[in-house]
Ligand binder design. Structure first.
Ligand SMILES: C[S@@+](CC[C@H](N)C(=O)[O-])C[C@H]1O[C@@H](n2cnc3c(N)ncnc32)[C@H](O)[C@@H]1O
Length: 221
């Protein structure tokens, strides 16, 4: 099959993990079903079996295109809105090499975009902050158990990033289990048939506010 290598790494991986990557045409067609969301800078996306990031890369491309169109003449705004764009994208994969490849692809894509836009004025701290976001948002985990796939599993923990002023970011950590229990399912709340109120997730940790360019320094585990 033409381009087979690109979409299948090995027969063993297909058999063990169902690893067949989605082609760009299908990625685009599926994302077009939620086009408005893919073009909203702060819309949150979680890809629970992200592989090397075929969907996330296209979502980031769309979001950065919006940032560029709206803010390219103001570097400060382009920087903080592109931080917001990356901070709202999440991925999980059970294979660590895919997780690393996914993070690297997204970082390279961001770096190419940012340094091309601000050739002489780009900031190294911006790239460090983006790398840190990707390190925490694209995780090695089992999307079925919601835990890490290791001998002693740990809960998958995602960070929520909120820009609370033009430069200050609030980081709050939640277990994925807690986040999913709070999500409505197809217009219905998971707990609605039990007659309970909507479930509001509780963070397992709330960090002090910090400048978004300093998240990597301030958010030490
Ligand atoms: C069909 S591929 C799709 C990859 C990517 N979403 C794409 O469309 O190109 C499925 C991916 O799911 C991962 N995977 C399989 N079981 C998983 C699980 N329980 N939790 C998380 N990821 C899993 C595999 O490693 C593989 O990368």
């Amino acid at each position: 099959m033409k381009n087979e290598q690109q979409f299948v790494k090995s027969k063993q991986r297909v058999a063990d993990h169902g690893e067949v990557f989605t082609q760009p045409r299908e990625v685009n067609a599926m994302l077009d079903l939620v086009k408005e969301e893919t073009e909203r800078i702060e819309s949150r996306f979680l890809e629970p079996a992200c592989g090397t990031g075929n969907f996330l890369v296209e979502i980031l491309r769309r979001k950065l295109a919006v940032v560029e169109r709206k803010y390219k003449n103001n570097q400060f705004d382009a920087e903080r809105y592109s931080f917001l764009a990356v901070s709202s994208m999440y991925g999980i994969d059970i294979l660590m090499d895919n997780v690393i490849e996914c993070r690297n692809r997204l970082l390279e894509q961001y770096t190419d975009w940012y340094t091309a836009l601000y050739k002489k004025t780009y900031k190294e701290e911006q790239l460090i902050a983006i790398e840190f976001l990707l390190h925490l948002n694209i995780l090695w985990g089992d999307a079925l158990t919601l835990e890490t796939p290791e001998a002693t599993p740990k809960p998958i923990i995602f960070s929520e990033w909120s820009l609370v002023s033009s430069t200050q970011v609030q980081r709050r950590d939640f277990t994925l289990d807690m986040l999913l229990r709070s999500q409505p399912m197809e217009g219905d709340n998971l707990f609605s048939d039990l007659g309970e109120e909507a479930f509001i997730p509780t963070p397992i940790r709330t960090y002090p506010l910090c400048h978004y360019l300093e998240v990597a320094n301030e958010s030490v585990h």
